[in-house]
Design a protein around this ligand. Structure first.
Ligand SMILES: [Zn+2]
Length: 154
């Protein structure tokens, strides 16, 4: 998703729409794009930097680690945020940052019954699933920490 800086008025710009799945180059047996990326963003320029925040939803198909069946999943990035120093180029591509945040929000060990809408035929005992879920959550928090540190350095 490319933004031309001259398209952004002084009081910012609201962008809402769909575009091609940014993960299509990364598709594997475990991950398939299942529709377009939906974005809802506010974008603006202040003090020589571009900022953007909003939300992203990317429908995908993931392979369940327990039964090895593909199942639909929406990757939700509820708080997409970006702050980028501007050095010259008049067109800024938000796609790499979007891709990064989508990947960070992918479940590390996807289970097809994670949202309770189906029963996994390879289901592991609930205790194990719960332990894995907590581990996954801890890992995600860790990833966010790493990303926050990265952002502070920028
Ligand atoms: Zn399953």
């Amino acid at each position: 998703m490319k933004i031309h800086l001259r398209q952004i008025p002084a009081d910012g710009l609201h962008l809402e729409g769909e575009e091609n799945c940014p993960l299509s180059e990364l598709e594997t047996g475990d991950l398939h794009c299942a529709g377009k990326l939906r974005y809802n963003l506010d974008v603006g320029i202040s003090e020589g930097a571009l900022w953007a925040n909003g939300s992203l939803v990317q429908p995908v198909e993931l392979r369940c680690v327990a039964c090895l069946e593909d199942f639909p999943h929406d990757i939700n990035v509820a708080a997409f945020a970006l702050h980028m120093e501007l050095h010259g180029p008049e067109t800024i591509d938000l796609t790499p940052a979007m891709r990064e945040d989508l990947l960070l929000n992918l479940p590390a060990h996807p289970h097809c019954d994670r949202d309770g809408s189906r029963v996994c035929r390879g289901a592991t005992p609930a205790k194990v699933t719960e332990a894995e879920r907590q581990e996954e959550e801890a890992k995600r928090e860790h990833d966010w920490e790493a990303l926050d540190k990265l952002r502070l350095k920028r």
